[in-house]
Design a protein around this ligand. Structure first.
Ligand code: FMN
Length: 190
C-alpha cells in the first residue's frame, strides 16, 4: 500500500470481529514501530503485546470515560476490548528522549522529556502498518496509566503512554473532517 493511501485511509476502528490475528502480522506491526525515528536514536519505547483475555479485560477497566460539557459518556474505544484479540500497550523509558548527550535526566531543550513525542512516532508507524495489513486499531490515551503499569508490571523508570487494540475491523471507520491546510499552514512567518 502506498504511504499516502495508508495515511489517508487509516481510521480509528472501535469494533472488531472475533477473527484471530496471527503472530506474523503482530511482528510486522512491531517491526514498523521499531524503525521509527527517535531523539538521538534513544528508542525509549517498549511494546507490551497482550493476548491474555484476562489481562485484556483488566486493561478495558482502566479506560477513562469522556467528560462532555453536559454529561459523561463511556470511552468510545471500550467496545474494542470485547472482541479485539490483541492489545499493544506502548510504554516509554523516561529521562532518555530529549536528554543531553550522555546526561540522562538533563534535558537539551525547554521541552524536557520527549518520550511522548518519540512514542507517538512509533505508534503512528504501527497503526499505519496495521492498516496496510488490513487490520484495524484505535489509539487510546484516555486511560489510567498508573493502574495499567500495575497490571502489566511495568518497572520503575517506565511509563505507559498509549494502548491500541488490534483486530479485524467489523465495519469501516468514518473519517472525521480535518481542518483545511489554509487553517493550518503559515508561510514564512506567523
Ligand atoms: C493521543 C490520542 C489519544 C486518543 N485517545 C482515544 C481514546 O481514549 N478513545 C478513543 O475512542 N479514541 C481515542 N483517540 C482516537 C481519536 O479520537 C481519533 O484519532 C480522531 O478522532 C480522528 O479519527 P481517525 O483516527 O479515524 O482519523 C485518540 C487519538 C490520539 C492520537
Amino acid at each position: 500500500m502506498d504511504v499516502f493511501e495508508a495515511i489517508k485511509g487509516r481510521r480509528s476502528i472501535r469494533r472488531f470481529t472475533t477473527d484471530p490475528v496471527d503472530d506474523a502480522k503482530i511482528e510486522a506491526i512491531l517491526e514498523a514501530g521499531r524503525w521509527a525515528p527517535s531523539w538521538a536514536n534513544t528508542q525509549c519505547w517498549r511494546f507490551v503485546v497482550v493476548r491474555d483475555p484476562e489481562i485484556r479485560s483488566q486493561l478495558a477497566k482502566t479506560l477513562y470515560s469522556i467528560k462532555l460539557p453536559d454529561r459523561e459518556v463511556p470511552n468510545p474505544a471500550a467496545p474494542a476490548f470485547d472482541t479485539a484479540p490483541v492489545v499493544i500497550v506502548v510504554c516509554a523509558e523516561t529521562g532518555k528522549a530529549g536528554a543531553e548527550h550522555g546526561a540522562p535526566g538533563k534535558y537539551a531543550t525547554d521541552k524536557g522529556d520527549w518520550f511522548m513525542f518519540d512514542t507517538a512516532l512509533a505508534v503512528e508507524n504501527m497503526v499505519l502498518a496495521a492498516h496496510a495489513l488490513g487490520l484495524g486499531t484505535v489509539i487510546i490515551g484516555a486511560f489510567d496509566a498508573p493502574k495499567t503499569e500495575q497490571i502489566l508490571n511495568v518497572p520503575q523508570g517506565f511509563r505507559a503512554v498509549a494502548m491500541f487494540p488490534v483486530g479485524v475491523p467489523a465495519r469501516e471507520g468514518k473519517a472525521p473532517p480535518r481542518k483545511e491546510l489554509s487553517e493550518l499552514v503559515i508561510r514564512d512567518r506567523w
